[in-house]
Design a protein around this ligand. Structure first.
Ligand code: ZN
Length: 288
């Protein structure tokens, strides 16, 4: 099982600290933001202790394909109304792609974007335009477009949106997908028919294009278009379903990354990873 979680990247050890944090949870995969997810302030990667981190990853037999970078949410490539916002997004994504390469990772997860009332098709075409610009000088780092819940004017809540983007860009071989279990359910997919869902994904995009899974329970009922993650077993999806995804033979090579909420201001990942590795649910959060 390849299981990891979102880990922080912060002073003084930065990327080395991220790897240490992941190992402390018994994770064999990890996901980082190269800075705060909600802004564009970034430290120089020369401070990241990359070589020491890489050594630690090798010692733990964690391949670079199990290290995932997530682009900040503020990047909106679907923006058609403000040219300066779009340009900023493209420019920043380019820098994020460079940082992903610098730490030695191969995949960056990206929320496709929100069309902000321009309409879905116009938004999707704008994303294609933005990706073409951002990928112009890149031939190795892959972009994994995330399946979204469809809240607001978010695009990417249908597999078809992602397939459309992939089919239109100049470098389709660099466009991959990140499935989010919470988002797919919130978007209205019947995730409990999981093999059928994988078949549909395979028909529309191709299962070989799946790079990473965000494994989250959902606070909301299927189709709610809400996007609120819950701890494993404390939402509408339930532990049995999430364990099935983690242990599914068709997905054995895909890293599963937890983005579940902190409990009493502490990361829940150690116990959640233990639950997934053992297959045994633990009712560990007191509900007052
Ligand atoms: Zn995401």
């Amino acid at each position: 099982m390849i299981i990891g979680c979102h880990v922080s990247l912060s002073a003084p050890d930065y990327y080395l600290g991220s790897v240490k944090e992941a190992l402390s949870y018994d994770a064999n995969a990890l996901m980082i933001y190269t800075g705060a997810p909600q802004n564009t302030f970034r430290k120089n990667t020369s401070d990241f202790k990359i070589e020491e981190a890489k050594r630690l990853l090798t010692e733990a037999s964690i391949p670079s394909s199990s290290v995932i970078v997530h682009a900040p949410y503020i990047i909106n490539l679907a923006n058609t109304t403000k040219p300066e916002t779009f340009e900023l997004a493209v420019d920043f994504l380019k820098q994020e792609i460079d940082r992903t390469r610098q730490i030695g990772a191969k995949v960056i997860v990206l929320h496709p974007g929100s069309h902000v009332n321009a309409g879905e098709e116009i938004g999707l075409d704008r994303i294609v335009e933005g990706l073409n610009m951002a990928l112009a000088d890149n031939d190795d780092v892959e972009i994994a477009l995330e399946t979204m819940s469809g809240k607001g004017s978010e695009l990417g809540y249908r597999f078809e949106h992602l397939a459309y983007i992939k089919s239109k860009v100049v470098k389709p071989h660099l466009i991959k997908v990140c499935m989010d279990t919470c988002h797919m359910s919130d978007a209205g997919y019947d995730v409990f028919q999981f093999d059928k869902l994988l078949d549909e994904f395979d028909n529309v995009i191709g299962l070989e294009n799946l790079r990473v899974i965000h494994l989250n329970d959902s606070k909301n009922e299927p189709g709610a278009k809400k996007d609120r993650h819950a701890n494993l077993g404390y939402g509408r999806l339930g532990f049995d379903f999430l364990y099935l995804v983690t242990s599914h033979p068709r997905l054995s090579s895909i890293p599963k990354i937890l983005e579940t909420p902190f409990v009493n201001e502490l990361p829940p990942y150690g116990i959640e990873i233990e639950m997934l590795r053992s297959g045994n649910y633990i009712d560990w959060i007191s509900q007052e």
